[in-house]
Design a protein around this ligand. Structure first.
Ligand code: MRU
Length: 374
């Protein structure tokens, strides 16, 4: 997607320098900065401290991290031990997003299939690029499939009347390599000339909606309005939301969805008001081993300062500042994700099409994953 009119990706390997480059998402929307990552440690810090974030972007960054890990291990005495240590370091950075483990495992498998260390390094570089390219392709296809939903709703509206779509957190192109998951159908509809308007949940405590989704929709010229997190239910009661689309950090093969904290409440409100609630994801975000999302998906708990403090742009100083919101003595809790049970979800939008959020629905689109299971 575009930044100041120029097409961009969120993460890539610079051919000449061999350095991994990312958009530093911590600085947006107030500054657009590219950060250079030169080592596995740099990559691990970037993922853990959310210089990059979002399911697909984390996966692609981890893929490039394993390419650097192979290079670093190649100059150690014990290649397998060094590679494994890097794999573990990267996997431990964020517990909920399953794309991270998926990318690391895919790299380990690809490297195990060739013999020499030179070949392993070469394979890891190629696979890292494949993971990033696939992520972009899959999101583009999610957009094509999701477009059919938006078209259907638009067909029932008066000429020129916008389709109102609510989204939570940032599952836009910044959370992937390109296009995004939840935003891909929105960008596709906008490009197709369908009038759309997006309600952007601010998404406390880190405000990924207010800072990131709003910024990227603005860059693409998509009409949008930022709302406080608690507003969605009210808008749905008033008939001001036609469709909810969110992303996900991990989805069980039975259709339970882990996503940014607050998603569950939006799903409840949508269910109560008969508003379709869809979740968009590439297949790399499915957890093919987990059946019961509420019980099994690990929920990351982040530092309490994300709740007790708020960062924003101080216009007089012309710089970003952080202020305290809570009494110094009040404890805080910071659960980063929640799980929306499949029964509240109208459907999953994937690169292969749209399916019901259920074991049966998912198995129709991904039959190869269910072979041999009753
Ligand atoms: O904590 P974050 O910003 O890494 O949260 C992840 C997310 O971006 C959201 O949960 C998003 O909606 C799904 S990831 C595409």
């Amino acid at each position: 997607m575009r930044v100041n009119g120029t097409p961009h990706r969120t993460v890539w390997l610079d051919d000449e320098s061999g350095v991994v480059k990312i958009i530093d998402q911590r600085k947006l929307p107030f500054a657009f900065e590219i950060e250079e990552l030169r080592s596995v440690d740099d990559l691990a810090t970037a993922i853990r401290d959310m210089h990059v974030r979002g399911a697909g972007c984390i996966g692609a960054t981890a893929g490039f991290g394993m390419a650097l890990a192979a290079r670093e291990a190649a100059v150690q005495v014990d290649f397998p031990t060094a590679l494994q240590a890097s794999a573990e370091l990267l996997t431990a950075t964020r517990p909920t997003a399953v794309n991270l483990r998926w990318a690391v495992d895919r790299q380990l498998e690809a490297m195990a299939a060739v013999d020499s260390i030179d070949e392993k390094v070469e394979v890891a570089t190629r696979v890292a690029r494949d993971i990033a390219d696939e992520d972009a392709q899959w999101c583009r296809r999610i957009g094509e499939h999701g477009l059919t939903l938006v078209r259907e709703i638009a067909a029932g509206k008066a000429e020129g009347e916008a389709v109102n779509i609510l989204t939570h957190c940032n599952a836009g192109w910044l959370a992937f390599v390109d296009y995004g998951s939840a935003t891909a159908p929105i960008y596709a509809a906008h490009a197709d000339g369908i009038p759309v308007h997006v309600w952007v949940d601010e998404t406390r405590p880190r405000n990924q909606g207010a800072r990131l989704t709003a910024w990227e929709l603005g860059q693409e010229g998509v009409p949008h309005t930022v709302i406080a997190d608690n507003v969605g239910g009210h808008l749905m009661q008033r008939g001001l939301v036609d469709l909810v689309i969110t992303g996900t950090d991990r989805t069980t093969f039975t259709g339970d969805v882990a996503n940014k904290i607050g998603t569950y409440l939006k799903a409840l409100a949508a269910h109560d008001n008969g508003v379709p609630f869809y979740v968009a994801l590439p297949s790399s975000t499915f957890d093919w081993e987990m059946e019961d999302g509420v019980r099994e998906i690990p929920i990351e708990q982040r530092g309490g300062e994300e709740v007790s403090h708020l960062a924003g742009y101080e216009e007089t100083a012309g710089a970003e500042v952080e202020v305290r919101l809570t009494p110094e003595s009040s404890p805080t809790a910071n659960y980063a994700f929640d799980v929306t049970p499949a029964r509240l979800i109208s459907g999953l939008i994937t690169e292969r099409g749209i399916c019901r959020a259920s074991r049966e629905g998912v198995s129709e689109l991904f039959p190869e994953r269910f072979q041999g299971t009753p």
